[in-house]
Ligand binder design. Structure first.
Ligand code: SAH
Length: 367
């Protein structure tokens, strides 16, 4: 048996015993958000000592460029004052801290900014407060959901947020698309199976190109709620920036994965102790945003986006003031963030943005 009996394990089994196999999305939501035993409830997942490293934790350059991007976008919006700078899933708060510091170069923007951080984990909220404790001249607000943020002119940013939202999966069978479920097998281990009956209403979620999928192929999707909500805000006179790893075109494939201590693991192993994610479908995001009335920019590869925003010049400026060991770190960070190799983030990660239709260009999305 491969599964480890974590504190969440008996709760998952009890629910399966009671109501039968549960959809992958329900399993993922329990593992990530269970207030007592969920992954985000009790761990500090990021950084060298955690399970994975995100771009803002690799280098201050990332958050700085996001801050300058926001200042530039604010100009295109007609410099509304106040303006809500909203971040979804801020992790340790590093990206916002770096963004606000860089925004000192645009004092009018910084004065207009009201920061709204959307976070479900109380533990991470404490981390964010600590990281941002020296910010005393910009109002900071925390919310559990974006629905609680006042509907002012908004700039929304989200790094590695969408990959953590629960996915649904369906498998193509001769009888149609059947939802993938987590069940308990004869040996007592958690296992993946499919629902007996086909899904009646996959039609609207299924991209036309996949109508001919082969038997056994898997399609993943996320409820469009978040994409629609932020696109609606962007369309009303703002902009949103999403950076994540994923594919530019909707496609079949099973990308449900667990990461623990920088290693891939089975998503069913150690429920609540591993980070569960799945690739982001940027075509689906763009489509949802367009339907919500926003103009869609990109996606472009993260490396391209960062270079267009001037990450190389920023690295040169940092190198000029750096010690010998810092120089090596800065060069390595630049390669990691922009490189196109399999262990680098430059082309694995993509940036997409939504805006009001009146805003024709956003920095980094066109040459
Ligand atoms: N953006 C950060 C952290 C990414 S991890 C970085 O780049 O380092 C995902 C973050 O989203 C965590 O802070 C997690 O607690 C938060 N999160 C996940 N699902 C959420 C939800 N449904 N609502 C609000 N925050 C969520």
């Amino acid at each position: 048996m491969t599964d480890e009996r974590t504190p969440l394990d008996p709760e998952i089994r009890a629910r399966i015993a009671q109501t039968g196999p549960m959809p992958v999305a329900e399993f993922m939501a329990m593992c990530l958000y269970d207030p007592q035993h969920g992954y985000y409830g009790h761990r500090s997942p990021f950084g060298a000592a955690g399970d994975f490293v995100t771009a803002p934790e690799i280098s201050q350059m990332f958050g700085e460029l996001v801050g300058l991007w926001a200042a530039d976008v604010w100009q295109s919006m007609g410099m509304p004052d106040p303006v809500a700078l909203i971040e979804l899933g801020p992790g340790h708060g590093t990206m916002m801290a770096d963004a606000l510091r860089a925004a000192r170069a645009a004092p009018d923007f910084r004065r207009a900014v009201r920061v709204h951080l959307i976070e479900t984990s109380l533990d991470l909220k404490r981390r964010q407060r600590a990281t941002l404790s020296t910010v005393d001249d910009v109002p900071l607000h925390w919310h559990a959901t974006i629905d609680d943020v006042p509907g002012a002119a908004s700039i929304i940013v989200a790094n590695e947020f969408f990959d953590a939202l629960p996915i649904r999966q369906a498998e193509r069978r001769p009888t149609g698309w059947h939802e993938r479920m987590v069940a308990v097998d004869a040996s007592g281990a958690l296992t993946l199976t499919i629902a007996h009956d086909p899904l009646p209403n996959l039609g609207p979620n299924l991209p036309p190109a996949l109508a001919q999928a082969e038997i056994g192929e898997i399609f993943e999707w996320r409820p469009a709620k978040f994409a629609i909500e932020i696109a609606r805000r962007a369309a009303a006179g703002g902009a949103a920036l999403i950076i994540d790893y994923g594919h530019v075109k909707s496609a079949t494939g099973d990308t449900f994965q667990a990461v623990r201590c920088h290693r891939h693991a089975s998503p069913l192993t150690s429920p609540g102790l591993t980070d569960l994610t799945a690739h982001v479908d940027f075509e689906a995001l763009g489509k949802a945003a367009q339907e919500a009335g926003a103009r869609v920019h990109g996606p472009v590869e993260q490396g391209t986006w960062l270079k267009r925003l001037g990450i190389e010049a920023r690295a040169v400026a940092l190198l000029a003031k750096a010690t010998e060991s810092q120089r090596a770190e800065i060069a390595a960070a630049l390669r990691r963030l922009t490189g196109t190799g399999p262990d680098q983030m430059g082309s694995l990660f993509k940036a997409i943005a939504f805006s009001a239709t009146a805003i024709a260009h956003l920095p980094g999305f066109a040459p």
